[in-house]
Design a binder for this molecule. Sequence first.
Ligand SMILES: [Zn+2]
Length: 371
Amino acid sequence: MTDYFDSLDATIHKEGRRWEVSIPKDANTELSLDETVVQLVTHPEEADNDAVALTPGSDLFEQIVDDAVTHAPIGSLALTGDDVNFDDPDYVVGESTEVTNQQLTPYYDRHALCVLFDVGIETVSEYQCEMLKIGAVDLADYEPRPQLAQTCLKYLEQTSPPPSEGNHRLSDGELTEAIAACREMVRVEIDSNIEDIREKATRAASVEIEEYRQYLQQRRDELRAEKQQLSEQIDELSTAIDAASERTDRLKRLRERKQLRDELADLRDELDGVRDSLNQGMPQKRAEIRDRHALTVRIRPVTATIVTHERGELDVSVRTDDCSATLTCDYAVGIGTLSRPTCDQCGTELDAQNPVEISPVKTTGRQCCGQ
Ligand SMILES: [Zn+2]
C-alpha cells in the first residue's frame, strides 16, 4: 500500500496505524486524499470517527485496487494468423476427404480488453471461495468475448512472453468502461456460484436460528421450574415465619425470605425476556445471525491486457481422390470461425451433420443435397 501511495508521490505521516495521507492534485489517479487520516484496522467499524478505514474489503481498499489496475501499465498482446494452428473443420468427414491447407487473409484488426479478476465470495462466518476469472470485451461495442478471454488466459498462464505486443492505446474513460463491462461479464458467469453459496449460507443461518430457538425454549422451561421451586420455598418460609416464636429465628427467616423474593424477581425478569424473544421470533438474534451469514462478493481486477487480433477470411482447401475445392468463412484469431461455409446448391450451412461433398463443379452438403 505504501508503495502505491509512493508511486503517486503522496506524502504520508505515520503515527502508528494512523497515516495522514495527501496525494498531489496532479497525480495520475482518481483517488482524492488531502491530509486524510487513513487508519489500518482489522474491521472497517474499528476506525476512529475522524479516520478512513483501510482494510481488505473497505471502500478505500477497493478504490485503491481499482485505481492501481486502471493506472498500471496495461499489457498488450497481438494475435495474428501466424500464432494459430487452425483446427480441422467439423464439416470435413470421412477417410476420402481431407484438408490440405488453411490460409487466413487478414483484412483488419479488432481490439479487445481482457481483464483478470480475483473473485472472492465470502460470509463473515464459514463460507468462502476465492477464484481467478477472466473477462474480455470488444473495445468497439463492449460486448463480451468469452472465447477471446480463454485464449488470452492461455497466454497469461504461460510464463513465456506473449507472441507479440500490440500498440493500441486507450483513454482512461474507455478503460474504465471496458473494465466495468468485463466485470459485469464475470459477475454473470459467477451468478450460479453466488446463488449456491447464498443458499448454503441461508440454510446454515436457518439451522442456527432454530438451534437458538430450542435453546431459548429449554431455558424458558428451566426458568419456570426454578420459579416454581422458589415460590414453594417462599411459601414454606412464610408458614415458618408465622409459626416462629423466637424473635431471632423469625428475623433470620424474614431475611431469608427477602433474599429469595429478590431472586424470584430477577428470575421473573429473565423469564419475561425469554418469553418475549420467543413470541416475537427473536428479532435481534435473527438479525445478528443473518448478518453473520450475509454474502460479500468482490470482483477485483488484477491485470488488464489489450488484445489486438486479426480478422479476415479463412480459406480451407479440401481434397478428395479426384477433385479439390476451397471453402471460405469469416475468421477471427483468438475467437475462431465467425461463419460457416454453405452448400453451393441450396445455401444450407455445412457442419458435422451436413458435411461437405465435393465434385468437379460444385461443393454441396451431403445431407441437404447429397448424391
Ligand atoms: Zn444443399
